[in-house]
Design a protein around this ligand. Structure first.
Ligand code: APR
Length: 249
């Protein structure tokens, strides 16, 4: 990443009024959370792809719930990385909205640590929330899903409150993200391959509404050719570098 590019991005941020952040698993990679694709991604194991598909919680609830409880434990053991913290602080320089595909809650933890308010819309849900498979009621998040707890309201099996392939995205999160895309001056694509719709359609909506698209990712993605500025780098290094260039920093 060249200093000129970083300076140019810092100037875009400085002049932006509304910023939409479209985040993917790469933003959490430097926290030790595995991404899905790429040579060491979770989806290199077909068994894990199957666990991410709708219907698995009906077909093989025990195996699925044990896997997701493992994931819940893992996100409690990792910490936000410098990219999360820098993003939380940068979000105070304009009206930021985050549309995240991540389910790890690390960005919110960084925002809490920085005592900043940051609207984060979870397009694919949150691993740290659980709900009833039948009635959808939210349940006590401290329960251990591998013990197959049931819903107090209806007796249905509890599940992680995440969106599996083939399931519908939460309307409220998607609609709020789409509204932000329609008015953003800048859309920041952080650590996402841009492969999964309808979430990956949000940067396109922002571009059509006139936003500058800025991608930060070590690798090319499905959305790269739509981007105005590209930094082939890690978010954990690039976001702090941008923050350091901000005149207000
Ligand atoms: N900094 C920035 N980007 C990174 C980093 C890093 N340190 N490390 C990896 N990346 C990039 C990779 O180059 C890749 O483009 O992060 C991206 C991760 O892509 P995916 O693994 O496909 O993850 P994501 O885009 O979040 O997947 C979208 O697909 O599997 C479903 O629901 C799941 O929300 C997920 C969705």
């Amino acid at each position: 990443m060249t200093d000129d590019t970083i300076r140019a991005i810092a100037e875009s941020f400085e002049s932006a009024r509304e910023v939409l952040v479209f985040a993917g698993s790469g933003l959490s990679a430097e926290s030790g959370v595995p991404t899905f694709r790429g040579e060491d991604g979770l989806f290199s194991d077909e068994a894990i792809v199957e666990l991410a598909r709708a219907g698995i919680l009906e077909r093989e609830p025990k195996r699925a719930l044990e896997w997701y409880e493992k994931g819940r434990r893992r996100i409690r053991e990792v910490e936000p990385n410098p990219g999360h913290y820098a993003l939380a602080r940068l979000s105070q320089t304009a009206d930021y909205t985050v549309a995240t595909q991540n389910v790890d809650g690390l960005l919110e933890r960084a925002a809490d640590a920085e005592s900043v308010e940051l609207p984060v819309h979870h397009l694919h849900g949150s691993l740290d929330r659980i709900c009833c498979r039948e009635c959808g009621a939210e349940a006590d998040a401290s329960l251990d899903l591998s013990e197959m707890p049931t819903c107090e309201a209806c007796g249905g099996l509890l599940r992680p409150d995440i969106v599996l392939f083939g399931e519908l995205l939460p309307d409220e999160a998607f609609d709020a993200s789409a509204r932000a895309a329609a008015s953003a001056d800048v859309c920041l694509l952080l650590g996402t391959s841009g492969l999964v719709y309808p979430a990956a359609g949000l940067p396109e909506r922002a571009a059509e509404a006139g936003a500058e698209l800025i991608e930060i990712n070590p690798n090319p993605t499905e959305l790269s050719e739509r981007c105005d500025t590209i930094v082939r780098g890690k978010t954990g290094e690039t976001l702090p570098a941008i923050e350091a260039e901000m005149p207000s920093s």
